[in-house]
Design a protein around this ligand. Structure first.
Ligand SMILES: NC(=O)c1ccc[n+]([C@@H]2O[C@H](COP(=O)([O-])OP(=O)(O)OC[C@H]3O[C@@H](n4cnc5c(N)ncnc54)[C@H](OP(=O)(O)O)[C@@H]3O)[C@@H](O)[C@H]2O)c1
Length: 253
């Protein structure tokens, strides 16, 4: 199992959950020290790789092939930069979001498909799951760049499923809503911790945790091989849409 974006948040929780269930995992991200600690904790194979660098992606895929192959891929590396109006956003930041959330997903998928086919040949089935977002299913003001990138990742997932029809390869998508992870909001606010705290995203609400997402994600891989969960939308109960987050206790009426 290959998990990208494994050095924090949902990706790291996913590696931990796979390890609990006995899966051998390859953990991919740019920060080596974090991957090394995760490897000590879970026994995963750490592979440093920037998914936006095609040479590094090719080398990562070769490492996976040489170390026993894989039957699964989780394209989780990604994130948002900024909360800007379309009119005022930075093209460079939009390109960065597209590079990691879309082009990186495509590069990793393309590089690993031959390895996944070999794996499917051995065990009968391989699986790909793309971590998109509810931001890829519905637009919101000041989300334009991230919306565009995740809508694109959603579209790529659908195209890939059609292209692989007839092969024993599942193509799945998990679109979470509000998830409290240590770095997502921080990265969105360009590393400014005060600005991230100022968003008050997680105040007076019980958001999803990375572990909540990982449990559902790994569950999709644990289904029998003929079962393809095309699109899983996962939100906290308090978030009834991208625009409705109930703050305060949940009470019956
Ligand atoms: N948190 C939420 O509310 C939420 C909701 C819906 C969807 N999502 C999506 O879920 C995924 C994980 O989010 P998260 O909350 O766990 O975010 P996070 O804690 O910021 O983790 C992002 C991960 O992606 C990796 N990454 C970023 N750029 C990369 C690159 N160029 N090459 C390789 N790895 C890269 C990071 O590792 P390095 O920096 O070490 O490379 C990190 O491990 C993302 O795709 C995000 O868009 C998050």
């Amino acid at each position: 199992m290959v998990v990208t974006g494994a050095s924090s948040g949902i990706g790291a929780a996913t590696v931990r959950r796979f390890a609990e269930l006995g899966w051998q995992t390859v953990a991919v991200a740019r920060r080596e020290e974090r991957l090394r600690k995760l490897a000590e904790e879970t026994g995963c194979l750490p592979v440093v790789c920037d998914v936006t660098d095609e040479q590094q992606v090719a080398a990562m895929a070769e490492t996976v092939r040489q170390t026993g192959g894989a039957t699964g891929l989780v394209n989780n590396a990604g994130g948002a930069i900024g909360l800007d109006l379309v009119e005022e956003a930075s093209n460079d930041e939009w390109r960065q979001m597209f590079e990691v959330n879309v082009i990186g997903l495509r590069s990793v998928t393309a590089a690993l498909l031959p390895v996944l086919r070999e794996g499917a040949g051995r065990v009968g089935c391989a699986s790909i799951l793309n971590l998109t977002s509810t931001a890829g299913l519905g637009a919101y003001a000041r989300g334009g760049g991230y919306n565009a990138a995740k809508f694109a990742a959603h579209a790529v997932t659908g195209a890939l499923r059609l292209e692989l029809a007839g092969e024993p390869i599942r193509v799945m998508e998990l679109a979470p809503g509000l998830v409290q992870t240590e770095e997502f909001a921080l990265n969105r606010m360009r590393g400014n911790a005060d600005a991230a705290a100022g968003l008050r995203l997680y105040e007076d609400v019980q958001p999803l945790t990375a572990e909540d997402v990982a449990e559902v994600l790994v569950g999709a891989f644990e289904r029998p091989p003929h079962v393809n969960q095309d699109l899983i939308v996962l939100r906290p109960v308090a978030q009834s849409s991208n625009f409705h987050v109930h703050k305060g206790p949940l009470e019956t009426r």
